[in-house]
Design a protein around this ligand. Structure first.
Ligand code: HAM
Length: 417
């Protein structure tokens, strides 16, 4: 037997109803907020991610599925969607016709992380981006969209954490302060952080190694070192979130794992999964588009992981439980042909109907109808065939009536309304 690739997973038929519910809900929430769908490919040139996400991030350094194709070009499966969307925006000049562009995409991402509960090597994201406006109201509105998806899906136990990571200017000053502080502890940092100290010291703040997190506790904070305009921007974001009644918590040590963020950064955390496995995350990126060859236009966006989100929703939630309008019980050889014709007619009129051709007792078929969540069972045996009728049993109140074959569509339509 050939098994699944480690860290990949099948979404089995019993899970797809919940899966589809999450996607449909997110889609309708995002469309209400004015987002339109874009579907970029799952593979791009490696260089796009190196330039977009940053060479010295864990994602690019350690986690990408990168390979040389037969033409000798380096390609990578996308570890996230933002860089690919930016490429498409630049390549198709989408901002020309739509200077405020709101785009979303839903699909699989690939990161070769160590698999564990809620952490996969292929996972799905609901990803949204707003381009063309750098006002704090847009930040708040985007966070509100992420919050609305969660609310519409009915996920509970969530906390929205926000921070500002400043602009390039205030960050470079802050970086000086931070490295000066970390210098005293360099020998105590983990191997990764000793490297990060030189390449990307902000990531030390986010390290989960016990000694590194202790050291991070006393480190200077970026929010306390913002320049005037970043401070004002962040203040407005918070005021607007209050106005929109979006609950949030300030998290001054929140540093995102991708390098393109400027100013507002946020994550959606679940009580049980904890900070290392956020349900969603995002932030503002004011230079990404221009770094990828586009105009000097700023953006903000977020992504929510569908696997992590689905863990918080009960499997038997009635909002996506499957049901059938009717189970059609064919009882015997003779009624088979007419039975098939009726089943097909009902399906063509919009009813979900199941049946079985191989002989089964009525008892076994009733059990099956129950398992399939049928609202009605239509019984059709020799007697019914002779009278041109169908015995209809309502599975909720157990009442039975006889309906003429020619009236069955009308009858079921009437029962539906
Ligand atoms: P991210 O924080 O790397 O952000 O990922 C967003 C979400 O994807 C996470 O919060 C998590 O739910 C899910 N996720 C990430 N890695 C895994 C994994 N290995 N297994 C399962 N789920 C995972 C981004 O990807 C940014 N592109 C978001 C963004 C859009 N920022 C601006 N625009």
């Amino acid at each position: 037997m050939i098994r699944l690739v480690k860290g990949f997973h099948d979404i089995l038929p019993e899970d797809t109803a919940k899966w589809a519910f999450i996607i449909q809900t997110a889609r309708s929430t995002l469309e209400r907020f004015g987002f339109r769908e874009i579907v970029p490919p799952i593979m791009e040139r490696t260089e796009l991610f190196e330039r977009g996400i940053g060479q010295v991030t864990d994602i690019v350094e350690k986690e990408m599925y990168t390979f040389e194709d037969r033409g000798g070009e380096s390609l990578s499966l996308r570890p996230e969607a933002t860089a690919g969307i930016m490429r498409a925006v630049v390549e198709h000049s989408l901002l020309r016709s739509d200077p405020l562009l709101k785009l979303y995409t839903i699909g699989p991402m690939f990161r070769r992380e160590r698999p564990s509960k809620g952490r996969f090597r292929q996972f799905f994201q609901i990803n949204a981006e707003v381009l063309g406006d750098d006002s704090p109201y847009t930040d708040a509105e985007t966070i509100a969209a992420a919050y609305a998806i969660m609310a519409d899906i009915g996920a509970s136990g969530l906390v929205m954490e926000i921070n500002s990571v400043g602009c390039r200017e205030c960050r470079s000053e802050y970086r000086g302060l931070l490295t000066k502080y970390l210098e005293h502890y360099i020998d105590e940092l983990c191997t990764d952080c000793r490297r990060r100290y030189h390449t990307n010291p902000l990531r030390v703040l986010d390290c989960k190694a016990p000694r590194c997190s202790e050291i991070a506790l006393e480190a200077p904070l970026i929010v306390e070192n913002l320049d005037d305009s970043c401070r004002e921007h962040f203040k407005r974001v918070q005021e607007t979130l209050d106005l929109l009644e979006i609950p949030f918590r300030l998290e001054p040590r929140l540093v995102r794992g991708l390098d393109y963020y400027t100013r507002t950064a946020f994550e959606i955390i679940h009580d049980e999964l904890g900070r290392s496995k956020a349900l969603g995350g995002g932030g503002r990126y004011d230079t990404l588009l221009s770094e990828l060859g586009g105009d000097d236009v700023s953006g903000i966006g977020f992504a929510i992981g569908i696997e992590r989100l689905s863990m918080g929703i009960p499997d038997d939630d009635r909002r996506f439980s499957r049901f059938l309008d009717a189970y059609f019980a064919i009882l015997g050889e003779a009624p088979l042909k007419t039975g098939l014709e009726v089943v097909n007619r009902l399906r063509c009129h919009g009813f979900s109907v199941e049946t079985r051709y191989s002989p089964m007792t009525l008892k076994a078929q009733m059990k099956l109808a129950d398992k399939l969540g049928a609202r009605k069972v239509l019984m059709f045996g020799d007697e019914e065939l002779a009278c041109g009728e169908i015995t209809v049993r309502d599975m909720a109140n157990k009442e039975q009536t006889k309906v003429k074959i020619g009236n069955i569509v009308n009858y079921l339509q009437g029962e539906k309304t």
